[in-house]
Write a protein that binds this ligand. Structure first.
Ligand code: NAG
Ligand code: NAG
Ligand code: NAG
Ligand code: NAG
Length: 392
């Protein structure tokens, strides 16, 4: 009898949970297309295969006002530990994807290799083949991004597109231009939020510390065959905790990232945490940490011996920002602990004539993730970004 009732209780709990999962309409647990559909935005998923076999997904928000013919096509690229959902999961009021679509843009949200929507390959299995994870932002900039740009231009019959990059989304833009300058002709303007190229003045102390011990830590991660950062089991734990107690999840996030309660919208944060942090490759993580430690914006450092084999030099070649000729408008914030003012100013200087403007966001609460979730980011940045784009 006792056993039976025990089972009944368990069954009821299980059914309740199942119901909750099935009935869940929270953005935190919906995919990018599901979120777009939920708010009534017609959308499409496109798959493109890169020259080295990665199958990437692009999410397209069709223009709401039937303005495709206006030729306003924008490609938007996400940052580290997130994917296309980061531009829509915060909802129709705050999501940059929706804001661009409402302005009449044909919006394309890219997903770089390794992110959940682009975790696929013609021959390699991401769960079994470490070779799948043998990439950094170099491959994203030299292969993924050109593939996505060409696909979007082909489908929309356009000669050029608008480009919005957030953090790594701008890193890979600079890599693309420095390695294949002919792509300058395919872009109308690049608007960058947190232009991550030089990271030598990053203020985040824990990350600086990890960067210092980079070689040691990554040697062991390799030995332990951990290809994804954060490792999958940690992401699973996070998902479980956030699912059962979004409030607790928010509090942990705020403690780690140094937010005070009035600096975040808790619903926005809950939606965002359903899609953050997503794993990236170990090598990609290491490449960024090398930038933090060395202060250079250059290719992955294998160590002297292998550098000579791969590059023909003892040190990795640098990405030359002077090869960017299309106008770039940068936004940076003093409170952004990842992309510092010094480094953003240096990017603008090295872009030379291509630096259309370098905009300090004059708000002391804009941290690195606030470019996506900031409570005032729409008025502080998105509105200005739209004005800039309207001028091209
Ligand atoms: C867009 O155009 C299609 C056909 O050209 C039409 O059926 C649809 O109602 C239009 N939508 C809007 C929002 O105007
Ligand atoms: C497009 O339509 C939306 C909703 O129908 C409207 O809010 C927006 O102002 C329109 N944009 C343009 C450029 O007409
Ligand atoms: C990977 O791509 C192949 C070929 O397009 C497709 O058949 C398969 O379903 C995809 N797998 C996943 C997990 O998306
Ligand atoms: C930043 O904003 C504050 C008040 O909001 C203002 O006093 C200050 O002059 C502004 N600084 C710049 C550089 O615009």
């Amino acid at each position: 009898m006792a056993v039976a009732s025990h089972q009944t209780v368990l069954s009821i709990c299980f059914l309740a949970l199942l119901f909750r999962v099935l009935a869940d309409k929270e953005n935190a647990h919906l995919t990018t297309p599901q979120i777009l559909t939920k708010y009534g935005y017609p959308n499409e998923v496109h798959h493109v295969t890169t020259s080295d076999g990665y199958i990437l997904a692009l999410h397209r928000i069709l223009p709401t006002n039937n303005t495709t013919s206006s030729g306003k096509v924008v490609l938007v690229l996400h940052g580290l530990f997130v994917e296309s959902s980061s531009f829509v999961c915060t909802g129709v009021e705050h999501g940059l994807g929706f804001i661009l679509a409402d302005e009449g843009y044909d919006v394309w949200l890219g997903n770089v290799r390794g992110t959940p929507y682009s975790r696929n390959h013609t021959t390699l299995n991401p769960n079994r083949d470490p070779k799948f994870w043998d990439f950094t932002f170099h491959e994203m900039g030299t292969i993924d991004l050109p593939t996505m740009v060409d696909h979007v231009l082909k489908v929309t019959y356009q000669k050029g597109l608008y480009y919005v990059g957030y953090s790594q989304g701008s890193t890979i833009f600079f890599v693309m231009m420095a390695t294949q300058p002919k792509y300058n002709d395919k872009i109308k303007v690049h608007v960058s939020m947190a232009p991550a190229a030089y990271l030598g003045h990053m203020k985040n102390v824990p990350i600086r510390t990890i960067a210092h011990w980079n070689n040691f830590i990554f040697f062991w991660l390799k030995v332990l065959k951990i290809n994804e950062i954060p490792p999958k089991f940690l992401v699973l734990i996070k998902s479980g905790v956030c699912f059962f107690s979004p409030r607790f999840c928010n509090l942990v996030f705020m403690a780690i990232f140094g937010y005070k309660p009035h600096q975040v919208n808790s619903d926005t944060l809950t939606s965002f945490l359903g899609h953050f942090p997503l794993p990236i490759s170990r090598k990609q993580t290491q490449h960024f940490l090398q930038s933090v430690k060395s202060g250079y914006f250059r290719r992955y450092d294998y160590g002297k011996k292998k550098n000579e084999e791969v590059y023909g030099f003892l040190t990795p070649p640098a990405y030359d920002l002077s090869l960017v000729t299309v106008k770039c408008h940068l936004f940076y914030s003093r409170d952004d602990l990842a992309v510092s003012e010094v480094d953003a100013v240096r990017v603008c200087k090295e872009l030379g004539n291509a630096c259309g403007s370098n905009n300090l966001v004059n708000d002391t609460t804009v941290k690195h993730l606030d470019w996506l979730i900031g409570i005032r980011i729409k008025e502080l940045v998105y509105s200005k970004l739209l004005n800039i784009m309207a001028g091209y």
